[in-house]
Write a protein that binds this ligand. Sequence first.
Ligand SMILES: [Zn+2]
Ligand SMILES: [Zn+2]
Length: 422
Amino acid sequence: MNRREALGHLSAGIALSLLPSGSLLAAEPRTLVVNPYTGIDWERVGHHRASLHMHTLQSDGYQMVDEVVGSYRRAGYSILALTDHDCFQPNLHVRPKELPAEKASPYPKEPRPKGYPANPTWPWTDYGTASPAEHGMVGIQANELTYRHHINSFFCDYGVWYHKTGKEAPYGGIVDANGKEVWEDDQIAGVRACNGLAVLNHPGVEDKRPWWVRQSLDWYVERFRNHPAECLVGMEVTNCAPQRRQYDEGLWDQLLARFMPHRPVWGFGTDDMHHLDKARQSFTTFFLENPTTDKVRQAMLAGAFSFSVSTRNVNFQEDPVKLDQMPVLKSVTVDEAKGTIALAAADCDEVRWISAPASLEPTADYKTSDSPWPCGQVVQVGDTLDYRQTAGIGTYVRAELIRESDGHTHRTFTSPFGFATA
Ligand SMILES: [Zn+2]
Ligand SMILES: [Zn+2]
């Protein structure tokens, strides 16, 4: 038996064992109403790797903007958002036993930009590097809002600096210049008011860290209810360390089960890079002919991307940068007459289709457990899904492309597809 046949047998075993008994259903009256990949010409598009969450010396990162941008460019990235924290002044780690004074960034130079130090690291040319166009990249104006739940803002200059409050970030009871308390809802509304997009960051960071407070499932439900998909586009799914993957992936499935198909919550893969020499391998891939800022924005709104994660870290200071080969989503073909979604994948051992969790009830304390809520269930294994004949599909399905090599697991996630049931 060759490797492919062996996987086929394995897949069949997994699929059958996961289906509920009596799973040979009559066709369900299920209509595909959300296909995030509509309109992509797979023959023409390029695969553009994006880093949508990264730090430099302009906040608590360890390298200059120029070195960060150059390293990601050498690694084949073409879309970058520098998301330095709005709550920090530059050079946080320039201090004895961390970084010597000569490593400090001299930027931004006088006159200080509007909003400093809460301003985004933007435009790049004010921070000692060439423009995105000169680098042959798309640069996105971005900021990590850090005073409460971390939120990445994109395509705008929103940021808050509450030094006056005199309280510890985060969750220190921050107030604005008029003394009014400022909450995440105010911040997301602020991003929306300046035409930006927002993403909720790394939900599963351990609660015991002094700068992080985990939030309940209901808290996330409220945020996605309170804010339209035109601004709050989704959440980070693969930012956290591998041991906490169930937290973020389970939260994503829990939200999808509640919100699809009427209000998609797109998932993003980011590495949250602070050190170039020990970064996670997690990124988002956009399928675009000629990427521009506006096309990236449209794709973020539509879910027209995939994201990938590896269990292995990477050193961006090596030349060449040795990124692992993640599974590649080559195309998505929907046949609504047959009721099928077919994926073509490369560098992939197995495709798993995942739908709603068995239960929407939390099963453990979200503050202390790294798997407090049930994850989505595998409903099918293989390149093609028959969404009318397959049991266990709720109002959405998403796929994971999986590849194992050298004891590490590399996964690529599709965005969710949404269904209406009659
Ligand atoms: Zn953060
Ligand atoms: Zn960050």
